[in-house]
Design a binder for this molecule. Sequence first.
Ligand code: SIN
Length: 332
Amino acid sequence: MRKLLLAAAAVAIIASPGIAAAQSPLVIKFSHVVAEKTPKGQAALKFKEEAERLLPGKVKVEVYPNSQLFGDAKEMEALALGDVHFISTSLSKFDKFTKKVQLFDLPFLFEDNAAVDRFQASADGKALLKSMESKNFLGLAYWHNGQKQMSANKALIAPGDAKGLKFRIQQSDILASQFQTLGATPQKLAFSEVYQALQVGTVDGQENTWSNILSQKFHEVQKHFTETNHGVIDYMVLVNAKWWNGLPKDVRDGLSKAMDSATKTNNEVAEKLNTEARAKIVASGVTTIHTLTPAQRAEWQKAMKPVWAKFEGEIGKDLIAAALKANTAKTN
Ligand code: SIN
């Protein structure tokens, strides 16, 4: 953490407004860990297109998908150092920096993607975008991906079926607890390492969205998927706050507009890409997708519920209540 703060201070000095203004065009690096044919991959390309259209000759956006430039382990540090300017990171990967954003990892918190959307648009949701500002990370937007599905090489129909298995998880203590509660063993692994870990059996199972599963071919190395919809993978688009605030106003305004368009594109295509990915996985015929009955799903919900009590102190009861409100009503 100390290293990150020092790096963030260094980039603030290097990227002063005067220097940023002198660069023409300003090269902006956008790094992410997923494939281009995913909601985030499409949105990053839209951001490039719009930024270069709105700021001709002033900015050049280079998008690096698939962990080409930085993977999970390095992208926050790279942002602090100014080696990359935009990242769009899964909300499950911030628990080193804030416990609040881990809210999104609570199993079965949101009823559907519309509820996630309502919460993110609320005052409480928007405040989380600024929750890491003291560490010099500023969230500009949320981007949706969608609901997670669980897989293994055996059918996971009842929560007890997960017992004794090892599951790959993202960098999140809540997700670790979610699998421990089931009697399973969680293993934190970078996204780029998951396919191989599943293939060679370092882990037995995983949880992810259909678009990530298809684009990484996880279905080719997992015999059974269960449509659990037990949690969400969404993203926060982050910049280095001092770099961002030091940009000339016209550039910052143009980039903000480009971000609005990219967010709109992302959120328009997310559900569609996940539905299409699911259909392609079914058509591939290489794996089986199990759909849970409402009673079976309720069993998973009950089995994972103890995780909430364990983390409500760190996340805050009020924040959890605000998220739950988004399930039923239009929020503030
Ligand atoms: C991502 O969608 O950015 C990756 C999520 C994961 O690590 O599973």
